[in-house]
Design a protein around this ligand. Structure first.
Ligand SMILES: Cc1cc2nc3c(=O)[nH]c(=O)nc-3n(C[C@H](O)[C@H](O)[C@H](O)COP(=O)(O)O)c2cc1C
Length: 361
């Protein structure tokens, strides 16, 4: 049974001065939400906003090669939010100014990342332990440095004894933040346990006007309906669900407009999407070998979605050339979907997550 959509979700949402035509946004997923993937998602339709992987503010100022690669974008990639992290206000402000000139639509500050290298420097979730004002001042410095709307993405807090997200959301709103996204888990939880909808609701209730995006484990229309009903969130940020089912945004958008999410993607469409993804990774890297190496990261979930035989999955995870890919794909097309293959359910998504709060992406 498809739940009825909340009617206000068909209306656009304002984030500062930016109007989102859909309230469903692509959450940052380091290693995955690069230009090739964002473009491919946007082409299908239904995403109101896409976000880059998190980017180190200092590396932006220093124009590190890897960082500039992460920032590659195009006219078909708007509205675009660039997520930055760092604990030095001057660097964060400098990065925001640079990104404004660069053509970003929004700046998102990362405050929810459970990775040690981010926590260690004082950025990421460690910022959520400081209620003395440093964190709020840092965010205010960024807001004042740019004309672009600034948003913040955070977890509920450090652990269940310290849900600081409602406090920070209110304080951020006071200093001019245009929206917040809340992943309904604590840093201590990592990616384990459930998503705490009460915790997200507390954030929605703490702010006065700005939109709050609920985030965490929304993989189906029913999950989205429950997130909205339980939390009152104004929009939803989706990460892993979009990797597993790139059609998810289109389905959500159609659901809120018509009550019917429309068709799931067929076998051929999934193969086409995978092929475009590889070609764009090669173009993005400017090198076939490097593009294929990058594709290996996503090979496992394509293998799963298409229920490929083990040997084919293995070949994809070792992919070395486009020719090899095309011969495999040609064979898959010729043989058609394996017996029992149904339009795949995104709930079966098995996107690797960091295993503990301190794991690296
Ligand atoms: C592989 C991976 C990479 C992630 N990278 C980032 C990141 O760069 N910045 C960030 O704020 N959150 C990051 N996250 C967290 C997601 O944005 C999101 O909050 C989390 O996965 C829960 O949402 P989901 O269940 O829809 O995936 C990452 C999560 C995963 C699994």
């Amino acid at each position: 049974m498809i739940p009825p959509p909340p009617t206000h979700y068909a209306e656009p949402l304002l984030v500062g001065s930016v109007r989102l035509h859909s309230r469903f946004t692509l959450a940052p997923l380091a290693g995955y939400t690069n230009y090739p993937f964002r473009r491919s998602i946007r082409e299908i339709g239904g995403a109101g906003l896409c976000t880059t992987d998190l980017v180190n503010a200092r590396a932006i100022i220093e124009k590190s090669k890897r960082t500039l690669e992460l920032l590659i974008t195009g006219p078909d990639d708007r509205p675009l939010s660039v997520q930055i992290f760092g604990a030095n206000p001057a660097e964060m402000a400098g990065a925001a100014r640079w990104l404004e000139d660069y053509g970003a639509t929004l700046i998102d500050i990362n405050m929810g990342c459970p990775v040690r290298k981010v926590v260690k420097t004082g950025g990421g979730s460690a910022m959520m332990c400081d209620t003395t004002g440093t964190t709020v001042r840092l965010v205010e410095t960024v807001v004042q440095a740019t004309k672009l709307p600034v948003t913040v993405k955070m977890r509920l807090g450090w652990d269940d004894t310290s849900h600081s997200a409602p406090f920070f959301a209110r304080e951020f709103e006071k200093v001019g933040v245009a929206a917040v996204t809340v992943h309904g888990r604590t840093r201590e939880q990592g990616f384990g346990g459930g998503v705490n909808h009460h915790g997200i609701r507390a954030v929605v209730e703490a702010v006065e006007r700005i939109p709050v995006f609920g985030n965490g484990d929304v993989n189906t229309i029913a999950d989205a309906a429950k997130m909205i009903a339980d939390t009152g969130c104004h929009g939803i940020a989706i990460g892993r669900g979009a990797l597993a089912n790139p059609w998810f945004f289109r389905q959500l958008d159609q659901w809120v407009r018509t009550g019917d999410p429309g068709p799931r993607a067929g076998y051929g469409e999934r193969i086409d999407f995978m092929t475009r993804h590889l070609d764009r990774l090669i173009a993005w890297k400017g090198d076939e070998k490097a593009g294929c190496a990058n594709f290996r990261k996503v090979a496992a979930w394509y293998g799963k979605a298409l229920r490929m035989p083990k040997a084919d999955k293995h070949r994809l995870t070792m992919l070395a050339s486009r020719a090899e890919f095309l011969s495999l794909v040609e064979r898959l097309r010729a043989s058609g979907p394996p017996e029992g293959w149904t339009e795949w359910d995104a709930q079966a998504a098995d996107v690797a997550v960091p295993t503990g709060p301190n794991a690296h992406w």
